[in-house]
Design a protein around this ligand. Structure first.
Ligand SMILES: OC[C@H]1O[C@@](CO)(OC[C@@]2(O[C@H]3O[C@H](CO)[C@@H](O)[C@H](O)[C@H]3O)O[C@H](CO)[C@@H](O)[C@@H]2O)[C@@H](O)[C@@H]1O
Length: 592
């Protein structure tokens, strides 16, 4: 690769006739690659959370306790595919970056969860006492809600959990199918000291959040009405209900209720995480959304790519709300069995309400800076129409790249004749190789040198009446020469006025996952890709402009990423062998 830059190569790449201008002087740090993922497992991640093997899905009960972040998650201890016998796997971290995999917190043992311990949440009760509410699949395949408490509150790792002897604490009410009743949220306490929790459900083609109330967290009564419901939304999986500040990016505790917050209702259905923003009136248990779910592509989503069954928690040390989401594979089940694993957690994102209150904004937690390794910077670089510029000198297979673009001639934007339009369809119809005027421009990640393989994350700007519309796409169509993987293209609009603001893109690239944040976190798109050639040292990262108009890279910063530590010992993974001491799992963990 270095040779390319030494000769200042200006070449035409054979795939799409795009010019490559690599004769740039701004780049420093021509360093050797710091590759850390085994060659035999090119799709394992370096800094995205994953267990050593097997199937992972929903994040469960994230929390902060006595200085440790805890992440539980749905895990199949018996294989790489989803199955009966799901457990709550448990990992802890002091920085959301490096993790220790502990013994499973919950696994099927009792009649009320004998077939599986499914998703749920943690609530911190008065006196700093965490409590888990989770869905058990009982012997009759009925979904019931169970309670579990830590065995030893003085253990900051909360290694052992005791299931409440009188479980289940909530069973499906009349009219609810036994398999449409699951995933309790973090509970919140109201002015009278009553606990409130919602459980996802579906009745007569209406997805809903059924509300339960309790004085003691043990005895729960169903409220007469669901907290919210909407027809044609499907079964609401993994609901999340939390307040967001209207005038600050800081997070607030789940029980905060005052005029300075709005409330977010998130539900997972139809393979996506949708949310609405509204006002919660606790006395009458009414949730009044500013705009309700519409079952159209205008509904707000956390992420317009692969991202599901997410959950937030309040980090009381850094006063922020953090979001985790499950990022499923896009390869086949056979591939997963061959790999021996399936599923990732997204990189944790801070989440807050934008100034106008119209949508949420997400950004990777600041701790990501700890992983930044070699850095490349570019400033004020013109990118002519039809050109590609390599970002050299960093490990392109595990990188964090942030670019701010400046668009000189907005009036040149193509005309968008009619709205509404489907942004994902627009990205599919005109992929990265289709030339426009202002765009496509963006990143080519996990790309081969000849661009045979590439995942393009890009923008196109359109003019519509007197405004401009910014489209963001993640085009996986050329992500791999391998067949039999889902290469669906994703797309969404970015709520940004390019007349007043520059357009930014940040992508977290990690071997088989690319999480992209457009417009400073206003639109997020996560994709899973399986390049066969663009792996390890063969992976390259480029900025491209395939529009006819020039644009300027006003600022670019890109870093190679160090590998996060995911430590474990066999004894930590194996319930039988685990002796309950567990600290040996921490060898070398906190030395940095
Ligand atoms: O692990 C159980 C929890 O997962 C959730 C949301 O992801 O429900 C999953 C669900 O099963 C489907 O999803 C599996 C992976 O999550 C998938 O591999 C499986 O094939 C699917 O059936 O469970 C029910 C019953 O199968 C289905 O309706 C869901 O989509 C969450 O709700 C659970 O607590």
């Amino acid at each position: 690769m270095e040779a390319i830059f030494l000769v200042g190569l200006l070449c035409v790449l054979f795939n799409n006739g795009i010019e490559v201008d690599a004769s740039h002087s701004e780049f420093q740090n021509f360093q050797s690659h710091n590759l850390t993922v085994p060659e035999t497992q090119p799709y394992r991640t370096s800094y995205h959370f994953q267990p050593p093997k097997n199937w992972l899905n929903d994040p469960n009960g994230p929390m902060l306790y006595k200085g440790f972040y805890h992440l539980f998650y749905q895990y199949n201890p018996n294989g790489a595919l989803f199955d009966a016998g799901m457990v709550w796997a448990h990992s802890v971290s002091h920085d959301l970056i490096n993790w220790i995999h502990l013994n499973h917190a919950l696994y099927p043992t009792e009649p009320f969860d004998i077939k599986s311990c499914w998703s749920g949440s943690v609530t911190i009760l008065p006196g700093n006492k965490p409590a888990i509410l989770y869905t058990g699949i009982n012997a009759n395949d009925t979904q019931v809600q169970n309670l579990a408490m830590p065995k030893n509150l003085s253990d900051p790792l909360l290694k052992e959990w005791i299931k409440f002897s009188q479980n289940p604490v909530i069973t499906p009410p009349t009219g609810v199918a036994k398999d449409d009743f699951r995933d309790p949220t973090t509970a919140w306490v109201d002015a009278e000291g009553k606990w409130n929790v919602i459980v996802g459900s579906l009745i007569n083609d209406r997805g809903m959040a059924i509300l339960y109330q309790s004085e003691d967290f043990v005895n729960w009564r169903m409220y007469k009405d669901p907290l919210h419901s909407k027809e044609k939304t499907g079964m609401w999986e993994c609901p999340d209900f939390f307040p967001v500040s209207i005038n600050s990016t800081n997070g607030v505790d789940t029980s905060v209720m005052n005029p300075s917050v709005k409330h977010v209702m998130k539900a997972s259905f139809n393979s996506h995480d949708y949310y609405i923003i509204g006002t919660y009136v606790p006395g009458v248990q009414k949730y009044i959304p500013d705009t309700d779910f519409t079952s159209t592509n205008t509904d707000l989503r956390y992420d317009y790519g692969k991202f599901y069954a997410s959950k937030t928690f309040f980090d009381s040390i850094k006063n922020r709300r953090i979001l985790w989401g499950w990022v499923n594979e896009s390869d086949s089940s056979e591939d997963d069995v061959r790999k021996g694993w399936s599923g990732l957690q997204s990189f944790p994102r801070q989440i807050w309400l934008n100034r106008s209150g119209s949508q949420l904004v997400q950004w990777p937690v600041e701790e990501i800076n700890k992983l930044h390794d070699k850095q490349v910077s570019i400033q004020n670089k013109k990118l002519d129409g039809g050109s590609v510029l390599e970002i050299p000198g960093i490990t392109a297979s595990q990188a964090d790249a942030e670019i701010v673009f400046e668009l000189p001639e907005l009036e040149e934007a193509e005309l968008l004749k009619s709205t509404p339009v489907d942004p994902q369809q627009m990205c599919t119809d005109a992929n990265a190789s289709v030339r426009g005027r202002l765009g496509p421009f963006g990143l080519l990640a996990l790309a081969t040198e000849d661009l045979t393989e590439q995942t393009a994350i890009f923008f196109r700007i359109f003019r519509h009446e007197n405004t401009y519309i910014v489209l963001m796409c993640s085009d996986q169509s050329r992500s791999s020469i391998k067949e039999n993987v889902d290469k669906t293209t994703y797309g969404a609009f970015v709520n940004i006025d390019p007349q007043n603001e520059k357009i930014s893109l940040r992508s977290l690239i990690d071997h088989s996952i690319i999480e992209s944040f457009g417009g400073e976190g206003r639109t997020c798109i996560t994709s899973r890709v399986y390049p066969q050639l663009a792996v390890h040292k063969e992976a390259h990262l480029y900025v491209f402009n395939n529009g006819t108009q020039s644009i300027t890279i006003s600022r670019l910063k890109a870093w190679g990423m160090s590998k996060a530590q995911f430590n474990y010992e066999e004894s930590c993974l194996n319930n039988e062998a685990h002796n309950g001491e567990g600290l040996s799992c921490f060898v070398g963990m906190f030395e940095k």
